[in-house]
Write a protein that binds this ligand. Sequence first.
Ligand code: KG4
Ligand code: ZN
Length: 352
Amino acid sequence: MSLILGIETSCDETAVAIVKDGVEVVAEALASSADVHMAWGGVIPEIAARKQVESIIPVLDVCLQKSAVKPSDLDAVAVTVGPGLVGSLVIGIAAAKSLALAWDKPLVAVNHLVGHIYANFLGDHLRASAEKIEFPAMAMVVSGGHTDLVLMKGHGDFEYVGGTLDDAAGEAFDKAARLLGIAPYLGGVKLSEQAQLWNEKPNHMFKRPMVDSGDYNFSFSGIKTAVLTKVKEEQAKGPKLTEGFIKEISFEFEDSVTDILTVKLLKACQEFKVKSVLLGGGVSANSVLRKKIKEGVSSLGGNDAVPKLFIPELKLCTDNAIYIASCANFNFNPVDIDLVDAKPGLSVMDKP
Ligand code: KG4
Ligand code: ZN
């Protein structure tokens, strides 16, 4: 049995969780400074870092109290070392190092993007053996800062398949939401709510850039620019965007981005003949994307078996310490405490 305490502070969430065997949540606590950034219209790294300082000890206390776990019961402390905001990362890392030293526990460094993939492993012990995650798996991480497709041949054994050449999917959602005046920060959820209010059939107002590029790379910045052009045209007619306009653009935008992600993911699943498909990151909370991928994966097959699809529950799509602890369990490579440092620019393929 392994019991790992995970810490996640890569951006504006301060999260601590204790996870058993990488699959079972024992306790968790989370604080977010998103509301403060909302008021500023975007994440302010200085403020995010200060909020991390304020929150880390209370969040840790709450998690430990909820769990009734004694530090002596723990097998390791795990922490996100990147990618993320350097000022936020260093707070979690300092806390994790202090705890590992004080409790005399190994410290495991975790790549946040790989962590997102491990959201799928939570609850794996409750699945029947035929329903468990099997390798090779195709993992798609769609977050605020990254869009990556990776072939997972085993724990810690990744092959890079493709990724965005410009904006990340979440970033495109956030920028479109800002252009439409829906939300100044983290507008993905709100844009999707607007899209659901549009009851027409898709008219492909926005192109699907790179959908037939023959590789597994993405480009979302052109769709964002197309949204800007539409907004400018509309503003020329009158200063205020109409509700109908906002709903329609949101719907068409979401339709385009989710189409591209789905098409590329399905092609990759076929080419690499995977047994499982894993989603992760904030955009995997998007209901249209979830639906398209569910339908798409179930229609795969031909001579090969249909891969098993795993999509994390909503709470585990966005930033959390639960899958940081899970990732550490399955990739248990303790590091020298003196050498652990923030790695803000880490890519999904980089060792943490
Ligand atoms: O993974 P995450 O919590 O943070 C990063 O690691 O970046 O992802 C946050 C991103 C934001 O861009 C947010 O707008 C987007 O995920 N997001 C969504 C939805 N929920 C969160 N985008 C579209 N639809 C959603 N339902
Ligand atoms: Zn994330």
